[in-house]
Design a protein around this ligand. Structure first.
Ligand SMILES: O=C(O)CCC(=O)C(=O)O
Length: 276
């Protein structure tokens, strides 16, 4: 298996300047076919005992499965070790090492799937760092998202605000409006960042087998699915080895079943850059 995916100097410069990239043909059909049955087992709700790691990112925890719009399976490689070392992990690692250096380490993975004809399958605007705990001064991250279906504006492809990763402070993040409990993150995971009137939104359509890549500070999200097909994507994020080690040392694994960081979030939600 060849894990290399060489980037050009122009692509590396574009990632630094814009905060995102799209890369064509990262996996071929045979490579996707080897992964897809595992993806489907998760998305069809057939993997037991995931707790909150299996949820709807467009709504509160506790919804009935048939009501999930944006199906979210977090840390699939933890629940299914056969994923470890797969070709997408290898290519994402290659890409991450070229963009942030040789200490790029796989931090977490995630499967996302928008059901057909679900306008509510919205992934709210956010910066990934807005979700993560404080105390990690080195924030370098490369998040690769592999399209298992052609991602289009109609089925709710990723959207970004180019250059927003260069803003000096993180934008405020608030719990999504359907979360009313004072223990906000106990009820739902999703946060929403403010959009500014000056924001230029760029949609990132990609074909099956291609990927988007984004920086931890770029403002991004995605709209609902108004098409008759699914939009499925496989996310892998790499961060620096020291940062991943720090996260683990405070008990943060990116699992929604973690308890450690939610209080920090409650305190910092409206403070803007306190998560840096
Ligand atoms: O692909 C999407 O719809 C959003 C995914 C996302 O926000 C992420 O991977 O950080």
């Amino acid at each position: 298996m060849n894990g290399d995916y060489p980037l050009t100097q122009d692509q590396i410069a574009a990632y630094a300047r814009d905060g995102y990239l799209t890369l064509p043909g990262v996996l071929n059909e045979a490579e996707i076919a080897a992964i897809e049955p595992i993806f489907q087992r998760f998305i069809e709700g057939k993997v037991p005992d995931m707790g909150r790691d299996f949820c709807d990112m467009s709504g509160p925890y506790g919804r009935a499965f048939e009501d999930f719009n944006l199906i979210n399976a977090v840390l699939p490689r933890v629940y299914e070790p056969a994923l470890v070392g797969n070709v997408f992990e290898a290519r994402a690692s290659s890409i991450a090492r070229q963009l942030i250096g040789d200490d790029a380490t796989l931090d977490y993975d995630q499967f996302l799937a928008k059901r057909p004809q679900r306008p509510a399958a919205v992934f709210a605007w956010h910066q990934d760092l807005g979700y993560w705990p404080t105390g990690t001064p080195d924030t370098r991250t490369v998040t690769c998202s592999l399209a298992l279906d052609d991602a289009t504006p109609e089925n709710g492809c990723l959207q970004v605000v180019p250059g927003s990763h260069l803003e000096p402070a993180l934008r405020p993040h608030r719990p999504s409006s359907w979360s009313t409990s004072p223990e906000l993150r106990a009820e739902a995971h999703t946060l929403t960042a403010e959009l500014l009137p000056t924001d230029r939104i760029v949609k990132l359509p990609v074909s099956r087998g291609s990927i988007t890549v984004h920086n931890e500070r770029i403002v991004h999200g995605s709209a609902g699915n108004r098409s008759d097909g699914w939009r499925r994507t496989y996310v892998i994020a790499h961060r620096s080895r020291a940062t991943v080690a720090h996260e683990r040392s405070i008990g943060f694994t990116h699992s929604h079943n973690d308890a450690i960081h939610w209080q920090a979030h409650l305190e910092s939600l409206s403070v803007g850059d306190s998560n840096r």
